[in-house]
Design a protein around this ligand. Structure first.
Ligand SMILES: [Zn+2]
Length: 598
């Protein structure tokens, strides 16, 4: 586990610490055989083309053959993708992954007739079929298709929009190229006086530096760079926003935001409610900044003083067995059913634990229907590593429980729901560790971690969500999104969110130019809602009421995500989920103050 050692070869790892993919396909040859069956499955589905309106039975056949094809594709892809992540340098594995990815895309293109054929049916006929008991199981899917009708255009119009979609994304695409490839940051001096080039990757490291001069230099250099491209980035963002506004208008949505929220059935009022609920609690955030200022012994807190650690990092390393045990203990409150399912992850080799040469970096949970929901880790034994294990197992348990409870068609869950399950586990782990922490430094470290998580996820992402709402509204009202207009509004909002206790330093005017998420319309609010829902679910679990959360984990996509969350106790028609996150923030802040201001 030592960091200085070169990574081991995969063949040198203990097999029980590697995932066992033979639970998907026993051998590569079995995968090949399954791959060959795709043609027959595709043919069966294609035979339904032109016949969906014939009868309820015919439509059912169309849906069933589509599911069978989808399940086979997903299973093939899953095996190939997981296998290739074991060692990215393995050409045979990469070849298998590329083959299925290409075939997947091809089949998606060949089967894209399905929804348009449904929508081309006269509305009365569609309704008749939808009401037919033969299609009762698929009713939810058909209702969802029916929702698209007012927003679907004629065939030639759809064709034009389809052809133009690539052009519409030029703004976003060009921003990525500028930001990731062309942009160069200046050199600064690090805390040892070395000349270092600032990069996206090391920026946060310098902002965390305990030498204030380094933080200030990194901050200034970063925003000076963005300010010098402000007009270009503004024009690109303006293009992305205009494309969103235009497409929403063409598709008869009241606004670009309404169009973006439509697939998740999220009303615009919920989005506004999130902003109002978070704004109402800004004084708590300001209290945390005041604590930071006092602990760091500063006269004035600057924006570059916000991420430098308040306490020494917890030095403890946890062996793999200890890490697993911590997660086991932390989720015990979920009850026996969850814990028994979790044991499969450890005993049946769902987890690929350690780094090895060529293995993909980071961590994820992935798999396919009714096969093990595998977890890829690069476990190092730090507290963060254990937290990642809890997070990814949260996704895996969600998949496992949904898969067991639901048919394939409704077993998947949307992104909005996904991060709720994983962050609930992170919060349960934090709770457990805090309850058992032996010394104040570890306690303070865990509390700071939690406060920064809520600050970064709920407060900050809501600030971004508000900014995004406002710039789209400006554009919809015909106001050009110039660098000046974008910066002025950003600066104003930033001042309001950070409060008078933090110097609203001029360079932050250009932060909007640094945030890639503003180019992916209306996505960031899901971070804030996800953690808020997790705060509510974990509070209920800790209070001895895990049943609603468990029900949520078994629901897959059987209902709209906001309905599922409401039944799980997180009703986003009210400020309650945000308030649950805020209660957690406040109690953690109380405790941290009592430790650090002693
Ligand atoms: Zn996740």
């Amino acid at each position: 586990m030592s960091e200085t050692n070169a990574p081991k070869l995969r063949s040198e790892l203990a097999p029980e610490t590697c995932w066992d993919l033979t639970q998907i396909y026993k051998t590569d040859a079995d995968w090949e055989e399954a791959f060959r069956t795709l043609d027959d499955l595709l043919a069966a589905h294609q035979a339904c083309r032109g016949h969906l309106a014939d009868s309820a039975e015919a439509l059912k056949r169309g849906l069933e053959t589509g599911d069978a094809l989808g399940l086979r594709l997903e299973t093939l892809y899953s095996y190939a993708h997981l296998k290739s992540d074991e060692d990215l340098a393995n050409g045979k594995n990469a070849g298998r992954r590329d083959r299925i990815a290409a075939r997947y895309a091809e089949i998606e293109g060949e089967t894209s007739w399905f929804d348009p054929e449904l929508l081309a049916m006269p509305e009365a006929r569609f309704k008749e079929l939808m009401d037919d008991p033969v299609l009762a199981f698929y009713r939810r899917t058909l209702e969802d298709t029916a929702r698209q009708r007012p927003h679907t255009l004629s065939e030639p119009e759809e064709r034009i929009l389809g052809l133009a979609s690539d052009v519409f994304s030029t703004g976003n695409h060009a921003f990525c190229k500028l930001n990731d490839a062309d942009l160069r940051f200046p050199h600064i001096k690090d805390d040892k006086g070395n000349d270092v080039e600032l990069t996206h990757g090391n920026y946060i490291k310098y902002l965390e530096n305990t030498d204030r001069r380094v933080r200030q230099d990194a901050f200034a250099a970063c925003y000076k760079t963005y300010s010098s491209f402000a007009n270009t980035i503004a024009a690109l963002l303006d293009g992305t926003v205009k494309a969103g506004v235009l497409e929403a208008k063409l598709r008869h949505f009241p606004s670009a935001r309404a169009a973006s929220l439509f697939p998740d059935h999220v009303p615009e009022s919920m989005y506004d409610g999130l902003i109002d609920a978070v704004r109402a609690k800004l004084p708590l955030l300001h209290r945390y900044f005041e604590l930071r200022r006092r602990v760091l012994k500063l006269n004035k807190l600057e924006l570059f003083d916000l991420v430098t650690p308040l306490v020494r990092p917890a030095k403890v390393l946890y062996s793999w067995e200890e890490g697993c045990d911590l997660v086991r203990q932390a989720v015990k409150l979920y009850g026996a059913e969850y814990c028994e399912a979790l044991e499969h992850a450890f005993k049946d080799r769902w987890i690929d634990v350690y780094e090895c040469r060529g293995k993909t970096s980071g961590a994820y949970s992935g798999g396919c229907y009714r096969k093990p929901p595998y977890v890829l880790l690069n476990y190092t034994g730090t507290l963060d590593s254990v937290s990642t294990l809890a997070h990814e197992l949260g996704h895996s348990m969600h998949s496992y429980l949904s898969d067991r409870a639901q048919e394939y068609h409704y077993a998947g869950y949307c992104l909005f729901a996904a991060e709720v399950a994983s962050t609930t586990n992170e919060l349960l782990l934090n709770h457990y560790l805090l309850e058992h922490a032996q010394d104040d430094n570890l306690r303070a470290y865990l509390l700071t971690h939690l406060l920064d998580l809520i600050r970064g996820t709920v407060f900050r992402q809501t600030q971004f969500a508000e900014y995004e709402r406002d710039i789209y509204a400006m554009s919809e009202e015909g106001e050009p999104l110039t660098a000046e207009a974008l910066s002025d509004h950003y600066y104003k909002l930033n001042g309001e969110y950070f409060g008078s206790g933090v110097v609203n330093n001029e360079p932050i005017r250009f932060e909007w130019a640094r945030i890639p998420h503003f180019h992916y319309n209306f996505y960031v609010y899901k971070y804030a809602t996800g953690l808020s829902a997790a705060a509510k679910l974990s509070a209920d679990i800790i209070a001895g009421n895990p049943a609603p959360a468990l029900r949520f984990l078994k629901s897959g996509d059987t209902r709209d995500v906001l309905d599922l969350l409401r039944d799980a106790g997180a009703d986003f028609a009210t400020p309650e989920p945000v308030n649950a996150a805020m209660r957690l923030f406040e109690t953690s802040l109380d405790q941290l103050e009592s430790i650090l201001l002693k």
